[in-house]
Ligand binder design. Structure first.
Ligand code: UT7
Length: 324
């Protein structure tokens, strides 16, 4: 088995910044409520760029950071719940734009855990020797599936993309992986796709493609599962939480992160948080945060980090990574 390391990262978000007070013109809410309950102050909202376009820009930055050329990429996975199309996949659209002609391309659907799942898949491809280099992207235009009249959801989400280049390595990189799902909780976070409707259907279905969420249930699930995921990736390794420089969690709600930090008896500062500026960008949130940590120079070779995600499905997972 080969080792796998993160060679480069990139991220991109639309320029349009929408502050809490802007949203209070659309629904009955206010900055104080949103900041107090979530920690979110602003988010980026696309004025025309689709998920594939955000993906391409994040990918270009990751490729530059990694110092590779698009022809080196043998696998492109895009984690997204908000693709431009069902067919072609976002990953194939990215391939075309990058001219990454040697890549196999597909999308992964695992909601906010999508990037974690996609990194796990790419890691297996590299570990087994099938490929050397993969491009993994998490990208969303959640603004197109929000009901902008529903204050329970429209305040939470934002648009953006993050990417990472993974490559075969001689040195330890991705140390351990953990993923899981619980389909019994699927009803708590739903984004309907095209509904069954044909000349033989007994009734027409006019369900809107809006996300709906039982926030309380997701909150309870998140606080439990993030702890489990962290414990699972540390299990059977020589490392403890003390050895971890940063935990980069899915950026859903600062309260979830505070709760987890308290339970694990670690300082909040071990968790990298940028949700105040991006809101919840679902599959894009972890790679955007990872890119910020990288570009700010917060990591040195040998530092250990944990990426941890949770989301609709229900889905969850984590990676323990040695930075190099
Ligand atoms: O990526 C994974 C997906 N999602 C998550 O991780 C979300 C997890 N859950 C959460 O973050 C929180 O549950 C929310 C932020 C979504 C909601 O916070 P909460 O503290 O659970 O509030 P709540 O839904 O229990 O609502 C409390 C009150 C209600 O009013 P009443 O019934 O007490 O009069 C809501 O109608 O707050 C009201 N409310 C709002 N008020 C102002 C709900 N949304 C808003 C709003 N502005 N935007």
């Amino acid at each position: 088995m080969f080792e796998v390391r993160i060679l480069g990262t990139g991220s991109y978000a639309p320029d349009n910044v929408v502050k809490n007070k802007d949203i209070s013109k659309l629904v009955d809410t206010n900055d104080e409520w949103i900041v107090e309950r979530t920690g979110i102050r602003e988010r980026r909202v696309s004025t025309g760029e689709e998920t594939s376009m955000l993906s391409v820009e994040a990918a270009r930055r990751a490729i530059k950071d990694a110092g590779i050329s698009p022809e080196d990429i043998e696998l492109i996975i895009v984690a997204t719940a908000t693709p431009d199309n069902f067919i072609p996949s976002t990953a194939c659209m990215v391939q075309k734009e990058l001219e990454a002609k040697n890549a196999t391309c597909f999308d992964v659907s695992a909601a906010c855990t999508g990037f974690i799942y996609a990194v796990s898949i790419a890691t297996q491809f590299i570990k087994t020797g099938q490929i050397k280099t993969a491009l993994v992207i998490g990208a969303e235009t959640l603004s197109k599936i929000l009901n902008w009249e529903d204050r329970n959801t429209c305040i939470l989400f934002g648009d953006g993309a993050g990417a990472a280049v993974l490559q075969r390595s001689d040195k330890q990189g991705i140390i351990s992986l953990y993923t899981g799902s619980d389909g019994t909780g699927g009803e708590h976070l739903v984004l309907p796709a095209v509904q069954l409707n044909n000349p033989y259907c007994k009734s027409n279905n006019d369900t809107k493609n809006f996300v709906s969420m039982n926030g309380r249930e997701i909150f309870k699930f998140a606080t439990k599962i993030v702890i489990k995921c962290i414990e699972e990736v540390l299990k059977d390794t020589p490392y403890t939480l003390e050895d971890i420089k940063y935990i980069i969690p899915h950026q859903a709600n600062a309260k979830i992160i505070e709760f987890v930090a308290k339970k694990l008896k670690v300082d909040n500062s071990k968790f990298y948080i940028n949700l105040d500026r991006y809101g919840n960008t679902s599959g894009a949130s972890i790679p955007i945060a990872l890119d910020e940590v990288n570009k700010k120079g917060l990591l040195s070779s040998g530092d250990k980090i944990i990426l941890v995600g949770f989301g609709g499905g229900l889905t969850f997972g984590a990676q323990l990574i040695e930075w190099s």
